[in-house]
Design a protein around this ligand. Structure first.
Ligand code: S3P
Length: 204
């Protein structure tokens, strides 16, 4: 992907946003916050948007209203983002790109970065996590592997840029993304390539 000649977003009829997709635990929040600091754009996480609008957590939505309800809310949130003309960074829930009706929405919202991670690396990061309802099962690693196999083609279909996020420093991953964006005509302040500030030292 990185060797092709790139056009600007507007030439593809894409919206102005930077959109992060990838499996649970792939680093969307942590990388998104760092990119927010560097690109001076506000960062939003669609799970948090849904939680705020419902007044309960994602786990509670799954438990009380069901996954289907949550998925409908995800699609509605994408439609709202599509109307937002102020350039921002959006991180999408790991299951959002799976729905066939969500895929064209995601692609029109902006430039889509897929943060790719192996199932084993995801498991390393999410061991002990209790906030992902889909992984509260007897064999979470097996579940991660089967979901990943199903979802990888959807992530790839939506992505403009694919970044491997295993075994790398967050700053290097962020620099890689900035450089790919620059190739696509984004204006990246030169100081953005310097190491991360202490201000954005957050983990996902
Ligand atoms: C989900 C991922 C979660 C959240 C929900 C379902 C999924 O978001 O939307 O628990 O289906 O993969 P993160 O990817 O931010 O963990």
């Amino acid at each position: 992907m990185s060797n092709t000649k790139h056009k600007k977003n507007s030439e593809y009829g894409k919206g102005p946003h930077l959109v992060l997709i990838g499996f649970m635990g792939s680093g969307k929040t942590s990388i998104g916050r760092s990119l927010s600091y560097k690109l001076k754009r506000a960062f939003y996480d669609t799970d948090k948007m849904i939680e705020e609008s419902e007044g309960i957590t994602v786990s509670e939505i799954f438990a009380t209203k069901g996954e289907k309800y949550f998925r409908e809310h995800e699609t509605q949130t994408l439609r709202e983002i599509r109307e937002d003309r102020i350039p921002r960074i959006y991180s999408l829930g790991g299951g959002t790109p799976v729905s066939l009706q969500n895929q064209p929405l995601i692609k029109t919202i902006g430039t889509v970065v897929y943060l790719r991670l192996s199932p084993e690396d995801v498991w390393e990061r999410l061991k002990g996590d209790t906030t992902r309802p889909l992984l509260q099962c007897d064999d979470p690693l097996a579940k991660i592997k089967s979901l990943m196999k199903l979802r990888a083609p959807a992530y790839e279909r939506c992505a403009d840029i694919i970044i491997d996020n295993g075994g790398k420093d967050r700053d290097d991953v962020v620099a890689e993304i900035l450089s790919e964006l620059e190739k696509r005509g984004w204006k990246i302040p030169p100081e953005s390539y310097l190491a991360a500030s202490k201000n954005d030292n957050t983990e996902n």
